[in-house]
Ligand binder design. Structure first.
Ligand code: ADP
Length: 459
């Protein structure tokens, strides 16, 4: 632990500026700020106490005796206020300078000397009550100074010693038993206050150091987070570029394979045996499946946060368009779609439609024997809308519920339920770039409800 007021030992980082020097400077700046921030209030209290002391002592000494002392006190107090104003007006760099601390110490020492001088200038040889009052006010000034000056221990030590020692001396000089006892009492009080102020100073220094340490940790954490975020988004961009380039390049040879396989099938099917026709069928369906995979991958790669434009969207229109787009599947399955009036959202219309489309297609595809019954509804929560698509299909076992949003994750064979495993991954990416999320509730064998959140419409 660093000793009170001591700056941490200077340690030079070979790759950069001396780190400990900077910390020590910050610590000193914190201490100086604490010293000056209470000056105005402290000087008002000082002047009030000084005036009270002068008035009371004047009843025994007369006004002519107290005016010089009070004038001196007022001059020092006003200079200290002027010093605090100059500190506040100085530039932030200048505020770091330990010179302000030295100036404060000199002013504190001067103030201590004047309070100490009061024990001679305002001492009432004939009135013990006034002497007690003098000792009481001086002790109060010392105790009060702890809260104001303890941030820099030498300032307090100078003030309290210069205030107390002349008082101790003055009482001791009287030489009688009671006065000597008073001298000892004031001396012990001063010693105790010095110890207390030392402790308060340590607590202040430690709390300032802790604050700097915390700030340093927060800065380091923020730096790492932003570095990691930059790395991640760079990696994502590269992955997207690769996926998009690879899908483009793959499309052309694939089209050739599919076209020639189909040509082979139409022109030469009668010359092939059943095995040959079956094999060509495999090539054609494989090529179609691969094209679907590539299209989905391309669609996935194209979704990014920069995709314009984001506009207010009427989701009811999207659903009615999809009723038309999915007409064949709806009629073939006997699906019923109940759609409550939906809240408008804000985003990319093509992408939002893609999310609705994938969820509706899945709700129809992953049905049980009975016709699908799909319910679509939305709720508004602050500046977000949560849209839910509920079906009465086969449901999703609990352990797979988070995995299904990953690329190529499928729970069934493509002969039973055709698909590429890209639909929900695409929904997740689209909601993500809209700063939303997607999740699922499901009762296995009874149905699933997919929820996704999007920004609410702004208009
Ligand atoms: P695909 O539909 O092409 O298989 P998705 O990414 O859309 O791929 O879905 C991933 C998997 O999640 C599906 O293969 C299916 O097992 C499961 N799934 C998606 N939607 C539903 C649903 N409504 N009901 C039951 N299972 C579903």
């Amino acid at each position: 632990m660093t000793a009170p007021n001591a700056a941490p030992a200077t340690k030079t980082d070979t790759a950069g500026p001396p780190i400990a020097d900077h910390q020590a400077q910050q610590l000193i700046a914190g201490q100086i700020r604490l010293l000056y921030q209470n000056t105005h209030l402290a000087q008002v209290v000082t002047l009030m106490n000084g005036a009270l002391l002068a008035v009371i002592q004047s009843t025994a000494l007369g006004y002519h005796a107290v005016i010089p002392w009070f004038t001196l006190l007022s001059m020092v107090s006003l200079s200290r206020i002027a010093l605090a104003v100059a500190y506040e007006r100085s530039t932030p760099e200048a505020k770091l300078s330990p010179a302000w601390r030295t100036r404060y110490c000199i002013a504190a020492a001067l103030a201590g000397a004047i309070w100490g001088a009061s024990s001679f200038m305002l001492f009432t040889p004939d009135s013990f009550v006034h002497q007690i009052f003098l000792a009481f006010v001086l002790s109060g000034m010392i105790a009060g100074a702890i809260g104001i000056m303890a941030a820099w221990y030498p300032a307090f030590a100078l003030f309290s010693v210069l205030t107390a020692l002349p008082t101790v001396l003055r009482f001791a000089m009287v030489g009688e038993g009671m006065h000597v006892a008073m001298a000892w009492l004031i001396f012990l009080f001063m010693a105790t206050m010095l110890v207390v102020a030392h402790r308060v100073n340590r607590a202040i220094v430690e709390s300032l150091q802790l604050r700097f340490e915390n700030q340093k940790l927060i800065n380091e954490l923020e730096r790492r987070v932003s570095e990691r975020t930059r790395e991640l988004s760079r990696a994502n961009e590269e992955l997207d570029k690769f996926a998009s380039a690879a899908s483009h390049d793959l499309q052309e040879p694939l089209r050739t394979v599919a076209n020639f396989a189909e040509l082979l099938n139409t022109r030469y099917a009668d010359r092939l045996d059943s095995d040959g026709r079956e094999f060509i069928g495999f090539v054609v369906s494989g090529a179609h499946r691969m094209r679907k995979l590539i299209d989905d991958l391309l669609a996935y790669a194209r979704v990014d946060a920069k995709t314009p434009p984001a506009v207010d969207i009427d989701c009811n229109i999207i659903v009615s368009e999809l009723r038309n787009d999915l007409k064949a599947a709806i009629e073939e399955s006997g699906a019923v779609i109940d759609c409550e009036p939906l809240h408008p959202v804000h985003g990319n219309p093509g992408q939002i439609k893609q999310v609705f489309s994938n969820l509706l297609a899945n709700a129809i595809k992953f049905r049980r024997d009975e016709p699908p019954h799909i319910r679509i509804r939305s709720v508004r929560e602050g500046d977000r809308c949560i849209i839910s698509v509920q079906d009465n299909g086969i449901g999703i076992p609990e352990k797979y519920r988070s995995r299904i949003f990953d690329m190529y994750e499928r729970l069934h064979s493509s002969t039973r339920y055709p698909g590429t495993g890209m639909g929900l991954a695409l929904c997740k990416k689209i909601t993500g770039v809209h700063h939303g999320t997607i999740w699922v509730d499901s009762a296995e064998g009874h149905g699933s409800t997919f929820h996704f959140s999007l920004p609410a419409a702004r208009g």
